[in-house]
Design a protein around this ligand. Sequence first.
Ligand SMILES: Cc1ncc(COP(=O)(O)O)c(C=O)c1O
Length: 382
Amino acid sequence: MIKEKLSSIGKDIYTVISELVQDTDIINLAKVSPEIPCSDGLTELAAKYIREKSAEYAHPNGLLELREAIAETIKKKYGVSFSARSEITVSAGATQAMYTAISSFVNEGDEVVLFEPAFNSYEPAIVSNGGRPVFVQRKQPDYHIDWEAVQKLINTRTRLIIVNTPHNPTGAVFTEEDIAQLKKITNGTNINVISDEVFEHIVFDRKKHHSILSDEQLAERSVVISSFGVTFNVPGWKIGYYIGSEKLMAQMRKKHLFQINTVNTPLQYALADFLKQGVDFSNIKKQFQAKRDFTIDLLKDSGFEIVPSKGTFYQLLDYSNLSDEKDTEFARRIMDEYGVALFPLSVFYHDSVDNKILGFSFAREEKVIKEAALRLNNIKKN
Ligand SMILES: Cc1ncc(COP(=O)(O)O)c(C=O)c1O
């Protein structure tokens, strides 16, 4: 008999919801892909290189021009230098980078600390590689990390800590203090850190993104992952990259070679040219800040309690004033009765913790947000 490695993992929530809303007029605000066009310049470059470069395999580590453009972008944004040749690798999206990093570091019985609510790809990758996930709940209402609780869980079996900032789906962002605490906890240990920073350009209210890359000592033991899909509104391209010290990268590239071999060539040329032309990343956050503010304003008289998201394009809604139902039941009812699909937060916890919170993405056209808010404002207390 074949032993199922992921017997405890079900379908992801986004797939479940898209299947439920198909062929209905339900507004799916749980949808992950942004309804915002990508820059014309980038799509034109993609079309050009699909014509010209489709017959070439790119280097397994990624097209060197693209890796150089990434190194340049990081230097400008964070003031730190990473080698395009030995410390940066292009991946088939952040998801592959995460899997490659986890599978490079985790062996049978290793413990991996991760924070819940957690993005849905981490736990399956840990379990597939024989690791044991050690879950730590973020603290409401701002979903900060209790580092003292983390310290208590660290032992000789701890192999990895996975962090995500800005955080999907709570919108929490790391402060300087979080970086200092993570550094303190890992100092003098063999623990590696994986930092999922796919929303690095989307931090609101004049705050800045605190990347692990900015801290030399922490960066030395870490892998930082980003996604062009998220940054340039092209999630369907599934292209991203990861950064790590030469030693860690050499280890990960061995896995990468056999997990993906090489990422599609034309889009790498397109992204390299696009980055080289100079991108104003501050426009990305401006665009989403406007959407966040617009959405919160439309919902201000609703029955939901709202703590504004600090980053990403996700917003959580506390519905405890509206209903005592479980979040999965409430989400189902407002979908059926009010025609809006939101995700229940409990699905991002291994033990389905239910704090009466739903979430949604505001990376949508204004008219969609307006119509959804109109419907959500009609929800009556039951
Ligand atoms: C936190 C987080 N990590 C990883 C990913 C996956 O990125 P990609 O589509 O590049 O694999 C996403 C996608 O939205 C995400 O939100």
